[in-house]
Structures are given as structure tokens and as C-alpha cells.
Design a protein around this ligand. Sequence first.
Ligand SMILES: [Zn+2]
Length: 381
Amino acid sequence: MIDAGRVKEEFLELASIASPSRSEGAVARRLYAILRAMGARVEVDDAGEQVGGQTGNILARFTGTAPAAPPFLLSAHMDTVGPADAVRPVIEGDVIRTDGRSVLGGDDKAGIVAILEAVRTLRERRIPHGDVEVVLTICEETGLLGAKHFDAGRLAARRGLVLDVDGVCELITRAPAANRFTATVHGLAAHAGICPEQGLSAIQLTAEAVARMRLGRLDEVTTANLGVIQGGLATNIVPDRVVVRGETRSLDPAGLEAQTRHMRECFERAVAGREVTVGGRVHRARVEVEVERQYERLAVADGAPIVGLVAAAARGLGRGLRTRATGGASDANVFAGRGIEIANLGCGMREIHTVNEWVDIRDVVLTSQLVLETLRLNAAA
Ligand SMILES: [Zn+2]
């Protein structure tokens, strides 16, 4: 039912419009026009101003033809990682590659095209469907910023799909919540040759904290990493300040909190009781820890209605549907955190975040068929 030629043409057009994070203006203008031409009411929010980007998130509303059907959300992101100053897709039959100098941006334009073509076909063929809300976000690749700044209260849909992961006929139903962790260790500066005993080395204190910290893969669903360490001015100065940035992720909320507490305690224990007296004044080492929840977890049960709906759609196409977990996050985590029953559907992107990225248009066509069938069943139930 899906027009493969149109999918290919639209993918090539959108991929050719470079859209690195915060520079989604050109592709957003094009998508705005496409969605309007398809008959949607389209709005752009103020997320772009809030994150310093060229445009906000797009919300397009299609009025359903089956009023009893529950409204359904479809979402993908407009931005790409770099390098993406100019994108020149190379066509090899059904496979679209890059010229080796940029990413392709199939992440996530494959998802956008699959959504557009599914909704377009649904309407052209007058297949009964409920209200469809399409959210195209900015700055997914820079910490899900667009989705975080999107007001989910504007949505009528309580259920839906994000299309933003590799593979096809695969549904990500589990993804971890994450905490961002920043520790600032304060010691005391002193001349390293003349009076090191009058200093407190923030580097040494940090090393002690890190040495006793559990990091890496902690269990099947929990990971932790320290990714940035900054501090010190010169080899002849006892360093008075180190900043360490890290993260921990877990599918298990208790595991996430336990690991966050452990990381905090490692720093607190390393500085506890560490002090020097200089000129009659006592200087104590100390640490400031900041923890910020980056996003909530995605945890959709295999028996959840959204999984049943997509699985039934896949069966209708003679396909299986595999659900799986991932250690990465997507906008689905943000929507899930706002109470929407949502999962992340594979849409055919391959070797993402590299200049070897490619897309097989047949995968995008199949994904679009799957979305169309999902929307049809959503109205038929
Ligand atoms: Zn993506």
C-alpha cells in the first residue's frame, strides 16, 4: 500500500537538508509545509528559543475519521549528529549511503519519512483512523532537549510510538533512567616545593574517591561512568579544585538511587576529616555533589496495549515483532516520563552516528506499512 518511490524521494530530499542540532530551521520549514499540505494543523513551540536553536518542536494534528478511536502519537526527531555541514546522499539502488564526509541523518529522517508516508497513505486511501498527533522534535541528540521542552499537556494522545532506533520490526520497550553526576572537590592550594604540607590536593582526594568507586556495568540493568575530569593549574601548585562529571543509568529505580548514593559516598568519604592548619586557621577539604535526573526510564510491559497493537500490526503484514531493551535513551523516555504509554520502533537506520551510515529504503517502507497498520488497528479495536 505504501508508495516506495515516494518514500525514497522524500527521504533523499529530507536527508539532503542538513540539520545538526540547533540548526533544524531549514528542515523544519520544509516539514511544516509538507504537514500543512497533508491537511494537518501545525504549530511550532518555543523550545528553540529556550535551547538557543533555530526552530522549536513541530506539533501537527490530523483530525481522525473514526471519532471513537483513541488519539495516537507519532514522534521522531529533526536534528542529527555531525559531521553534517552538507549531506550528499549516494544512491545504490534501494540503499542510500553518505559520500563519506557526513552522517546520512537516517537517524532520524528514516523515522520522519515512515511517519509521513503512513499518515499520507492512510488519508489518501480513506482508511478510518483516529486523531493522529505528530511531534517532530529538535535537539534529541543533545540530551533530548527538544522533547524535554515540549509541553506534553498539549497532547490528547495517551499512547503512541517514537520512531528512532535501528533495526526493523523491533520495538524498544525498556530503556534506563539516568542521573547526571557532578562532584566538585575542594582542597587547598600551596606551593608544591616549598610548603606542600600546607595544601590539600584535590587531585589526590579525587583519586581516592574514584579508586573505591564501582563503575562500568554494575548489573544487567545498571551502568555507571565518570567521563570528564578537570582540575589543576601547574605542576608546582598543590591543586585546590577538581571537577568530575559522570552518569549512572538503570532500568531499576532502586538500583539507580543506590549507585548514585554510592558515588556520592565515595567522594564524601575521601574528603572526610582531611584538613590542614595554616597560620592558625583550619582548612577542611570538602566536596559538592550535584545530581540531576536526565530522563526517566522507559518500561513498557510486553502485555501492554501498545505492544499488543504493534505486534498485531506486524502479524497482519506477515511479520514478527521483537521487543527488546537498550542502554540508550530516546525521546520515548521523556514522553514515558510524562505518562504516555510509548515505545520506540525500529525504522531502518543503520550504522548511526558514523559517516558510514546507510538506510535501505525497503526497511523504511516496511516500517511505514507497520505504522499504517498500527493506526488502522487502533481505530478498528
Ligand atoms: Zn535518533
